[in-house]
Design a protein around this ligand. Structure first.
Ligand code: BGC
Length: 375
């Protein structure tokens, strides 16, 4: 009797899990998440008509969670992060954050622009990583504004902040569509020429955050070339064909299949930590599919579309379990992967790379889409 009751209960758990979800109304809801530097931090919950739910906040423009269904309709949060605002302060792995002014690395924390040499704070050996040390996009309070299906975040990065020239006005909007897509739109203007490279640093685990490593995920990256790095993870300048290397993801391959190969680039990155050159016809300035990731046990699939020329594939090699996130989950090595659409690392020191210099009167505009499905 008891056994039968237990079996019945077990059979119904998935159903309970689905139906227990409150039928949240599609739209945007704002709630207080705390304060930082005396400013209110708001958590915005974006919900679509399928019950997909994205939570973002104006601290660091951080994506706090994304709840999407698996092939059976069971929802899970696929984003590594924290339950509270305090968890994110500090946030050494940049979990979920907008990164800038310059996402990725600038060699020796220096570049020369219009005859002037600029020096930035170094936070990654000899380099500047993700814009510096103090007032970087991931750890400042943005102004937030709820929209119909999304939220807009605005930030004025003042002249000289983290050593960069010009007052840079930045706007990032997140929109959730009924096609289970999150559209991330970046805009910026400046009053003096400055480098800019912005990206989104979410760590995904499509089996659900905290659910082990991501080595079984199957990855396709639409890139025939990548930018090899030196021992400081700075691009050498070469655009190397992926063909015949463990960085060839032109056909779907599991992350774990080759990650420990004795290939110099994987040894330097301690796994995948490389910028791929997104395949694009010369006429294509618009959005292309940059990557697709499929997790076979849940069936969840993530597609990344972008207008940006590069995508950094980072397999959480530096996570070491010291960051304890949602529900006490310790995020260990390779418990999440990032697909950071961006311009190439260290572009200000590589005149051959697509330019990252935004001039006065120009408008910076890039778009990236994270689209979810399950099969
Ligand atoms: C970089 C990694 C770095 C990580 C920090 C990534 O964008 O490629 O090398 O360790 O950010 O969280």
């Amino acid at each position: 009797m008891i056994v039968r009751a237990l079996i019945l209960l077990l059979l119904f758990i998935p159903a309970i899990a689905i139906f227990a979800r409150p039928a949240a109304k599609p739209g945007v809801q704002a709630q207080t998440f705390g304060t930082h530097e005396g400013k209110p931090i708001t958590l915005y919950t974006l919900t679509n008509s399928h019950g997909v739910e994205v939570r973002v906040m104006n601290y660091g423009g951080i994506i706090v969670s994304i709840r999407v269904p698996d092939r059976e309709g069971r929802f899970a949060d696929v984003i590594l992060g924290h339950d509270t605002l305090e968890g994110y302060i500090p946030n050494p792995p940049y979990l979920g954050a907008i990164v800038g002014r310059y996402a990725n690395r600038i060699a020796n924390g220096t570049f020369t622009l219009e005859g002037k040499t600029y020096r930035l704070p170094k936070n990654d050996g000899p380099n500047t990583l993700h814009g510096g040390t103090t007032r970087t996009f991931d750890r400042v309070v943005w102004d937030g504004e709820a929209l119909k299906n999304g939220v807009a975040f605005m930030y004025l990065s003042k002249e000289g902040e983290e050593g960069f020239p010009g007052n840079l006005k930045v706007k990032v909007t997140y929109t959730l569509t009924d096609a289970n897509a999150i559209i991330i739109d970046y805009g910026a203007t400046t009053d003096k020429a400055t480098p800019i490279n912005v990206s989104q640093h979410s760590y995904f685990n499509l089996a659900g955050e905290g659910n082990g490593d991501i080595l079984n995920h199957e990855v396709m990256i639409n890139a025939d070339r990548f930018t090899p790095v030196d021992k400081n993870l700075i691009p050498t300048g070469e655009l190397r064909p992926v063909k015949g290397t463990p960085l060839d993801f032109t056909r779907p391959t599991t992350i774990g299949a080759r990650i420990n190969d004795n290939y110099e680039q994987l040894v330097l990155g301690r796994g995948y930590d490389h910028n791929f050159v997104v395949n694009r016809k010369p006429s294509q300035n618009d959005m292309v599919l940059a990557a697709r990731v499929h997790e076979p046990t849940s069936g969840r699939t993530l597609e990344v579309w972008t207008t940006q020329p590069g995508i950094q594939f980072y397999t959480g090699n530096f996570l070491d379990g010291s960051v304890v996130g949602k529900q006490g989950h310790a995020y260990k090595r390779r418990y999440g992967f990032c697909l950071e659409t961006q311009h190439f690392p260290d572009s200000p020191n590589h005149p051959d790379f697509p330019t990252t210099i935004l001039k006065t009167g120009e408008v910076f505009h890039e778009t990236t889409v994270f689209r979810f499905s399950a099969k």
